[in-house]
Design a protein around this ligand. Structure first.
Ligand SMILES: Nc1ncnc2c1ncn2[C@@H]1O[C@H](COP(=O)(O)OP(=O)(O)OP(=O)(O)O)[C@@H](O)[C@H]1O
Length: 716
């Protein structure tokens, strides 16, 4: 293996330095993964280290598999036995051997989040706790916080003292832990905690595992948390540890990752050396320029000067579309253009990335319409998501009392209608040859329901009937329906922000449908239109565009990358800013940096005008676009508007800025307005003499008469 031809000088030093612990701090695309791979190969092939004494911890299973493959390619069969896996897999492997010391069998069961939810629901019934008072999701978070802070259930009960809410949670925690122990179950936290507990308390097992590894590598070290760090410390007594990371790519702080572990590595692991890799091999000069300019705006960072020898390259393109639909169309057209006109490029070289999963909806619909196959990594296609299916079922019930829709939603949210009651309703429907909904409403006397269920059913039926009679525009009827049937409350109680965003995105889809089908914007037509997307099971031809959230894209690379939805409030996310202020903003910026640096040949950034149902405000371009400067980037489409510049005038509007007379045919989408009561807004739809205007919160979206005196057009 000739490392001189495979690696640059610093990379080679990093791959071959074995005299002490090693920290490799490296920018995006500078060959971190490549260096770890060749370091392992070097240890086996050139140094003759027993492969079984080499450990490499990666962040995802995908990364582990890729690294294994690459090591095998280089060293062949000699590499077998090297342990390359995620930290959770390492713990499972460890526990299967040693958990018997805690009186667990080695074939314990691992619980995922769905299992956790089911268990907590069960415990709530036993302990008579209402999920509306303590949501299941918040309970899962509480349990996880107790555990990672190493607070035992007994201690939690003591700490809760007389505070009844806290005491209830502590009791659930106790019952949860007891149940798991009785049934030999482990949740994800337990995998790490139990492994660390055994290593901390059983010196002979610790010694055995410490003697196992001579060389330990940890990739993506910027995203480790306290327990992972402790585990690496424990295992490293006789080993040389090599950690690799990029502090600018810390994107999991919300899950306990702490960038200080890589920054302070030199204090705990002695002696040590740090090597910095600053040559980027992945991206063109322009992609790098734009990414560097952005990340420089973060104040909490180690300055690195990432460079590339691939100067220039295609400009980064930022496109502002008139609407989300147009944004998606622009992306799809560009993709077709690239695939048709660039030699050897196919769909698999292209990725579409977004900040939040709900943002995939519009682009999915456009790709389906154009017959471009796509895959969503780490998630479900929009119309397959549970909450979207539930919401559409409610609409189907409003539209035509469909039985399948009825069955899907009758007990979501819970109305005390279980399998038996449903069978009872089905029988009544069969006897009378009517729909399930009619059976429930017209023959309720034949159905056995508790008083509580009767009340819940009444609320449901009233909500459905109200929606049927509604004269509101469809998207408003839908919004009201989701509130009236208790669906939004259910999601709020369960702290399911992402699912709520998907419901708002579905509302946007209904709104868009009305705008484009002014002639017959009926619910029936909408449902028919949408079935094209819900029944879409494309045949896998192996050629697909990859769609994923930026968190999922960590460590990956693609020739062409589109990052969509770059609107202020969406990316950076308003929630991160509200919850974590400047720290939240810096993490969002790192996320944008990760997204931009996934691109090899060309990067496209898009956003659109109009109104966001998720942030409930008019859309303007993300500050990140403003921050990347003007070098290496060109703008197309509408002129980007930023919060700091021309969008919201700081002073009150002067008379001269106002156009006095609002002639009806003067209006167009994108016009800025000032309204005497609602303040400033932007026109999102012109419908003869009625304007849909998106105002800043709290006013939101309003339909107003174009020539009303309260409304003034502002000069653009
Ligand atoms: N010395 C080199 N010669 C040629 N190609 C290289 C070299 N070093 C890295 N590369 C290539 O550059 C790209 C980025 O490398 P790699 O994925 O290892 O970077 P990374 O630092 O792990 O990236 P990130 O942290 O952004 O995910 C890969 O395609 C890799 O093959």
């Amino acid at each position: 293996m000739d490392l001189d031809t495979l690696l640059n000088k610093n990379q080679k030093e990093a791959a071959t330095y074995l005299d002490s612990h090693l920290r490799i701090i490296a920018g995006a695309g500078s060959g971190k993964t490549r260096v770890v791979t060749y370091r392992i190969a070097h240890l086996i092939q050139d140094v003759g280290i027993d492969p079984r004494s080499i450990l490499a911890i990666t962040f995802t299973n995908k990364a582990a598999n890729e690294m294994k493959e690459r090591v095998n390619e280089v060293v062949g069969i000699h590499g077998s036995g090297t342990l390359i896996c995620t930290i959770h897999s390492l713990c499972v492997r460890f526990l299967r051997q040693h958990i018997n010391v805690l009186n667990y069998p080695s074939n314990f069961t691992i619980m995922d989040e769905e299992d956790q939810k089911a268990l907590i629901k069960k415990l709530y019934t036993q302990l008579e706790i209402d999920a509306k008072v303590i949501s299941i999701k918040s309970m899962i978070n509480t349990i996880s916080s107790y555990k990672t802070a190493r607070v035992s259930p007994q201690r939690a009960i003591e700490l809760a003292g007389q505070f009844s809410g806290e005491l209830k949670k502590a009791k659930v925690y106790e019952a949860y832990e007891n149940y798991k122990e009785d049934h030999f179950l482990l949740d994800f936290d337990d995998l790490l905690l139990k492994a660390v507990y055994i290593l901390d308390n059983y010196p002979d097992i610790l010694e055995k595992w410490q003697r196992k590894f001579q060389y330990i590598h940890v990739d993506e070290f910027q995203d480790v948390g306290e327990i992972e760090y402790h585990l690496v410390q424990l295992l490293s007594k006789y080993a040389i540890v090599c950690v690799v990371g990029d502090p600018d790519q810390t994107i999991y702080s919300f899950r306990g990752a702490d960038v200080h572990f890589i920054l302070d590595f030199d204090k705990d692991f002695k002696p040590n050396k740090t090597i910095i890799l600053d040559q980027n091999y992945r991206s063109t000069g322009n992609i790098l320029k734009v990414s560097n300019n952005l990340i420089r705006k973060n104040s909490q960072r180690l300055e690195k000067n990432l460079f590339t020898k691939q100067t220039g390259g295609e400009d980064v393109i930022h496109h502002v579309a008139k609407s989300e639909e147009e944004e998606a169309n622009w992306i799809a057209n560009k993709i077709e253009d690239i695939v048709n006109n660039q030699d050897g490029v196919n769909y698999r070289d292209i990725a579409i990335l977004y900040r939040a999963n709900y943002l995939s909806r519009t682009i999915e619909q456009v790709l389906i319409r154009k017959g471009i196959d796509y895959r969503i990594f780490g998630g479900l296609k929009f119309f397959n998501r549970k909450e979207v299916k539930d919401a559409l079922s409610y609409l189907r019930l409003v539209c035509n009392q469909e039985d399948l829709a009825f069955e899907r939603i009758i007990n979501t949210p819970a109305r005390g209608i279980g399998k038996k009651t449903l069978e009872n309703i089905q029988l009544v429907a069969l006897n009378h040859q009517i729909s399930l909904y009619d059976a429930l409403t017209l023959h309720s006397d034949e159905i056995r329901l508790s008083n509580k269920s009767k009340k819940e059913v009444r609320i449901l039926v009233e909500a459905i009937e109200k929606a049927r009679r509604s004269t509101l525009p469809l998207h408003e009827m839908f919004e009201q329906l989701m509130i009236d049937v208790g669906y939004i409350d259910m999601l709020k109680n369960d702290l399911e922000d992402n699912r709520i965003d998907n419901i708002h995105e579905l509302q946007r889809s209904i709104y868009d449908f009305q705008v484009s089908h002014e002639d017959a914007p009926t619910l029936e037509n909408y449902l028919q239109d949408i079935s094209l997307y819900t029944d879409n099971d494309s045949i896998d031809q192996g050629q697909y565009v990859s769609l994923m959230s930026i968190h999922m894209a960590k460590g990956l690379e693609f020739d062409y990358v589109f990052v969509l939805g770059l609107s202020e409030g969406i990316f950076p996310s308003f929630r991160s800013l509200a919850e974590d202020g400047d720290d939240g903003l810096e993490e969002e910026r790192r996320l944008a940096y990760v997204a931009f640096t996934r691109a090899r040949k060309q990067l496209f950034l898009t956003d659109s005008e109009g109104f966001s149902f998720v942030t409930d405000s008019p859309k303007i371009s993300s500050r990140f676009i403003d921050e990347v400067g003007n070098e290496g980037i060109i703008h197309s489409g509408s002129k980007p508007r930023f919060k700091t510049t021309d969008y919201v005038p700081k002073q009150t509007v002067s008379k001269a800025e106002l156009i006095g007379d609002n002639k009806v045919d003067d209006w167009k989408v994108g016009d800025l307005v000032n309204h005497d009561i609602f303040g400033k807004g932007v026109v999102v739809k012109v419908n003869k003499n009625i304007l849909d205007i998106a105002f800043e919160l709290p006013a939101g979206l309003k339909s107003l008469m174009a020539n009303h005196k309260a409304l003034k057009k502002l000069t653009n």
